[in-house]
Design a protein around this ligand. Structure first.
Ligand SMILES: O=c1[nH]c(=O)c2[nH]c(=O)[nH]c2[nH]1
Length: 286
């Protein structure tokens, strides 16, 4: 029996970067949370503490800030590619870089005034190796609700089933979606806006018999409208809304008064993919 070092990586997580673009009195604002993880020939530091191949995580943090000044950020996918290629291209012992960015939206209130948009976060995860790149874009925390056009019935019943069949219910979720791109050279801003639009449109436009059905409609809607996307992964919490029993007060409740449930929640997860695309080069499940 021998003990060996398994897969490993290291990096600086959650470097918070705010970049102001000063164009006279009118400023632009970019707000990122950048995480870098490098892997490669790092056996020495693990087995003997030989750090000769270790680029300090502090340097990775500095590189994020310096690149923001030197190159500007651009779209999150482009900035992640720039950083990933830099680390793999300049450090021979680094064989793969994974750069993840959360991008927070700010709405303009004036030439140099902004309001943080609280409704969703744009994400990207870029993997760069010596000969391949993989770009994943996504969104988290996008809360959507249909107050009707949702049913759930015909499900399995065993001795523990108490859930009543529903022919009219609220369907609500907080979308956590990621989509893997076919290539690495896309109009990232336009692609993201289009993908988000497709997800929302499918949620709104689907008469739903299960959140699973809505998940598939959202994934396939995105793929149908965005040829640059290979594969979509969705994690959809079923944000349950329970109809309140108002009969003790001699009141009817025709789907008008609900308790918004917190926990537990159903969690519906799935992948929707084209059947003719190259496989992923790195794991990218949520
Ligand atoms: O859309 C739903 N899918 C389920 O699998 C499920 N299970 C459940 O209790 N409610 C729901 N709703």
């Amino acid at each position: 029996m021998a003990i060996v070092l398994g897969p490993n990586r290291y990096g600086k997580a959650e470097t918070r970067l705010v970049r102001v673009y000063r164009d006279g009195d009118t400023h632009g604002l970019v707000d990122f949370n950048v995480s870098v993880a490098l892997s490669g020939d790092l056996t020495g530091t693990h087995l003997t503490g030989d750090n000769s191949g270790v680029l300090p995580t502090d340097t990775m943090k500095n590189t994020v800030y310096a690149f923001a000044k030197e190159h500007g950020t651009g779209e999150p996918e482009a900035f992640a590619l720039l950083l990933g290629r830099h680390f793999v291209g300049t450090q021979a012992q680094v064989h793969a870089a994974k750069v993840s960015i959360e991008s927070y939206g700010w709405e303009r209130l004036g030439p140099h005034s902004f309001q943080r948009r609280g409704d969703h976060t744009r994400t990207t995860v870029v993997t760069v190796t010596g000969d391949a790149t993989q770009v994943v874009s996504g969104v988290t925390g996008l809360v959507l609700l249909n107050s009707t056009d949702s049913e759930f019935h015909g499900f399995v019943k065993d001795r523990y089933t108490t859930l009543p069949e529903a022919t009219d219910r609220i369907l609500a979720t907080a979308v956590d979606a990621r989509w893997r791109h076919v290539g690495d050279d896309t109009d990232w801003g336009k692609s993201f806006t289009g993908a988000l639009d497709a997800l929302v449109k499918a949620f709104v436009g689907t008469y739903s018999y299960s959140l699973q059905q809505t998940l598939y409609a959202m994934g396939s809607g995105l793929l149908e409208s965005r040829p640059e996307v290979a594969e979509v992964r969705l994690a959809l919490p079923n944000k349950h809304h329970y109809r309140v029993d108002l009969s003790p007060f001699d009141l009817t409740n025709d789907n008008e008064v609900f308790i918004a449930g917190d926990r537990p929640y159903g969690l519906i997860e799935g992948t929707v993919t084209r059947d003719d695309v190259e496989p992923a080069i790195a794991e990218w499940w949520l």
